[in-house]
Design a protein. Structure first.
Length: 228
């Protein structure tokens, strides 16, 4: 029984829309019979295959429940307990995730004002300092969003410039990919061109905002991300 008007449309959040019918059918199909639990099933194996098709042979996906969880776990995996993340002041991890990265993840966010929601190497350098200072959380990861919270896009060259800049300073590059498919369509390029090939180390793979049901994933793309 439907208790809402199915013709109503709301654009305040990507999550207002329902689950894509093909995904609902795939869940029904996967629900038949028995499969091993805890990640040793055929569907998790297939997930890894699909992720590697899009992001390259080194990519490894770790399914999680939602986007906030994906961002927190992804960023945690790049940092020691004294680490900090440089992000735009408009970033979802700063504005919308209700303190979860700092409260749950135990990290400090160092935010930078930007004119268009995008970081540049020069903007990163406003907070990329103080390594070795015991009184300052150490900036060790840069986080960007593609597409950004204000609808702008990073080109592959812009992401490569950020990655090179971060790596030269001993930092990693995280990409919040909540709108990754939208960015790929707008740019007209495959995922790998502005992620793996551009030097991104780890990303949060958007699922729920693109028709999935409570499904996200952390995707590790480079050997620079610490094991465990």
């Amino acid at each position: 029984m439907q208790i809402h008007n199915v013709n109503t449309r709301g654009f305040a959040s990507d999550n207002y829309s329902g689950v894509h019918p093909e995904i609902l059918q795939a869940i029904v199909d996967a629900n038949e019979g028995h499969q091993s639990a805890y990640g040793s099933d055929a569907y998790t194996e297939r997930l890894q295959e699909v992720v590697r098709e899009h992001f390259g042979p080194r990519a490894e996906a770790f399914p999680v429940f939602n986007g906030t969880g994906a961002n927190v776990i992804a960023l945690q995996s790049t940092l020691p307990r004294w680490g900090a993340v440089i992000a735009a002041s408009t970033a979802h991890i700063h504005v919308d995730e209700a303190g979860a990265p700092e409260r749950v993840g135990g990290m400090k966010l160092l935010v930078v004002d930007t004119p268009d929601g995008k970081l540049t190497p020069e903007l990163v350098d406003r907070e990329a300092w103080g390594w070795g200072d015991e009184h300052r959380a150490q900036p060790l990861t840069v986080s960007i969003t593609q597409s950004t919270e204000v609808g702008t896009l990073y080109t592959p060259d812009e992401i490569r410039a950020l990655a090179d800049h971060a790596h030269e300073r001993g930092m990693l590059l995280h990409l919040d990919g909540a709108r990754l498919p939208n960015a790929a369509v707008a740019l007209g390029v495959p995922f790998a061109e502005f992620t793996t090939d551009a030097g991104v180390d780890i990303l949060s793979l958007g699922g729920t905002k693109n028709g999935a049901m409570g499904a996200e994933a952390v995707v590790v793309l480079s050997d620079r991300v610490p094991d465990g």
